[in-house]
Design a protein around this ligand. Sequence first.
Ligand code: GGG
Length: 363
Amino acid sequence: MTRSFKIAAIAGDGIGKEVLPEGLKVLEAAARRFNIDLEFIHFEWASCDYYLKTGDMMPPDWKAQLSRMDAIYFGAVGWPATVPDHISLWGSLLKFRREFDQYINLRPVRLFEGVPCPLANRKPGDIDFYVVRENTEGEYTNLGGIMFPGTEREVVIQESVFSRHGTDRVLKYAFELAQSRARKHLTVATKSNGVAISMPWWDGRADAMALGYPDITVDKQHIDILCARFVLQPQRFDVVVASNLFGDILSDLGPACTGTIGLAPSGNLNPERSFPSLFEPVHGSAPDIAGKGIANPIAMIWSGAMMLGFLADAPDAPGGCREAHDAILAAIEQVLREGPRTGDLGGTATTVEMGDAIAGLLA
Ligand code: GGG
């Protein structure tokens, strides 16, 4: 009997509600073509609407419900007009990442044919790298507090956390990813001149790990010049590993250098597969364009392809998932070359028209 995959489909907020259906449409088309048994289970929670009704972003048994899934396919979270962003993020996405130990946030950055690049003289092939973002600790903590709040003596402390376990495992993943690629080059993003304790320590952990990977060239760069080089010399990069905050920033900047963040996918991975991994666009809920039907669904669709690629590598995966991944990527490439195009790509197509065009190529 063919193995089936149970996928949690969570739209969340804003344009998440518009791009998720297009991602599902494409995954369903790919599943039909490659004979993969995908079952989507829809959840209304992990959204600000749910928070406004219940006072929580998710029900108390959210972890038990999602633990039964093979993967989570997630739209976007955040609706700051009604719920402060740190409440919605810590109440949903950051809980998933931390409780399901999705310690790798893998974010590909690629310039496609047909997409106008804002950087001068860049062609497809010049920009093709991965940002590997640490996803469970670092600067993303709720440790700290405010002393003497609301007074002249107000003091705010926010701690960052870098564990040896957390840092070594993300570095190891990044070294191994670099080893699987032709250029075998790893950039380590830190800020070890200014952030005088944790960042030199990160560099030291990278130096120690590099001894085990003599075939990888390692380049440690301060985050500020690294940002400048993303814009000026993006062809330098192959795999970039960074802390939670630096990785978040780099993985918006990278796609912006390739024309639009509307293409950028991500996988929040638990590589050991003890818990479900989560796949989501890098973009958020985009309240400025939500409800207009104009969001680019490609980041969501590509995230779905990443999910199939991850499932394909599971020890008991049935055939077809890798082929489906490749076919979705090929369909995205064709639509980016030939159209239709949403507004962020200089066109006038709607979210649904883009989704239909990509799904149509998989029929
Ligand atoms: N689909 C991504 C999303 O909803 N992002 C909201 C956001 O602000 N995320 C911050 C983060 O990825 O750390």
